[in-house]
Ligand binder design. Sequence first.
Ligand code: ADP
Ligand code: F6P
Length: 319
Amino acid sequence: MKKIAVLTSGGDAPGMNAAIRAVVRYGIGVGMEVVGVERGLQGLIDNAFKPMYMRSVSDIIQRGGTILKTARCPEFKTLEGQKKAIENLRANGVEGIIVIGGDGSFMGAKAMSEHGFPSIGIPGTIDNDLAYTDYTLGFDTACNTILDAINKIRDTMSSHERVSIIEVMGRNCGDLALYCGLCGGAEVIIVPEHKLTIDEIVETLGGGQQHGKTSGIIVLAEGAGHADDLKDELNKRMDLTVKTTRLGHIQRGGSPSCRDRYLGTCFGVNAVKLLEKGIGNRIVGIKDNKFYDMDIVEGCAMQNTFDLELYETAAIVGR
Ligand code: ADP
Ligand code: F6P
């Protein structure tokens, strides 16, 4: 292929810029023209293409967000929207596209593949909710941001002898809560994949009190409920001062970690290598510490599994 496009779609994630940089620099390096599409899949419909050069991606590897902007695009779920996008790609002489985004964006990439336009997906979402890859771009940075918040909240909870419920993102996936709960020493972790009853939560907190704990951290995944609802329930059952924090979008920003710059760079290069060989309809990922790629239809159909063993470990060491 001589001309390829790259876009970022859905929720932004730290490391997307590292991936864009790698796509542009590796693509140009092997003699391709690379165009950026602004505002994700919406930009394909709006014809928002811009040529990318070596210097277009200078000074971005350390920046969170995405220089190409991102958007959610309901129109792309329609056949008309998808056809318009492919028409615009072809009119611009583009032969293959790299979509950096989460499971929704991958459905868009899959649709283009199914219409005969070669597409490659790079997993970019803080949620870590794509089954075919062990890690998605942005997850590590988001974990570190959340941990920083947990540490700070723990300082004050401990001083005042209070319990804090910290609600984290992840949509329907509990990975952010699990990893941050484990690494932040949370007393209780609540995830959508393994719901706890209020009795179980009360029992765990009560057990901690019996062992001398005077404060605590509950990490609650947004997909498992709301912090304020849980606070009301706990207040009915226990004599504790409970505070809540919804971390919100702070979790999605910030300079990407070393790990996310590394993943972004390697995912980007691997995606271009496939298009360079004329291969489309794949998604790139990392499994057992090895980069690999798989069929986009198969990958999108895989069901995410939750690491229950790690969850149980976190419960034991958080007591
Ligand atoms: P993410 O990619 O982070 O999961 P979304 O779920 O919001 O984010 O999806 C991003 C975009 O992907 C949507 O706004 C839409 O344009 C596109 N998309 C989602 N689902 C589909 C689908 N079934 N078919 C085609 N495009 C889709
Ligand atoms: O998919 C990434 C994510 O941050 C989810 O964790 C969260 O549920 C959602 O996006 C928030 O979306 P928005 O930024 O549109 O509020």
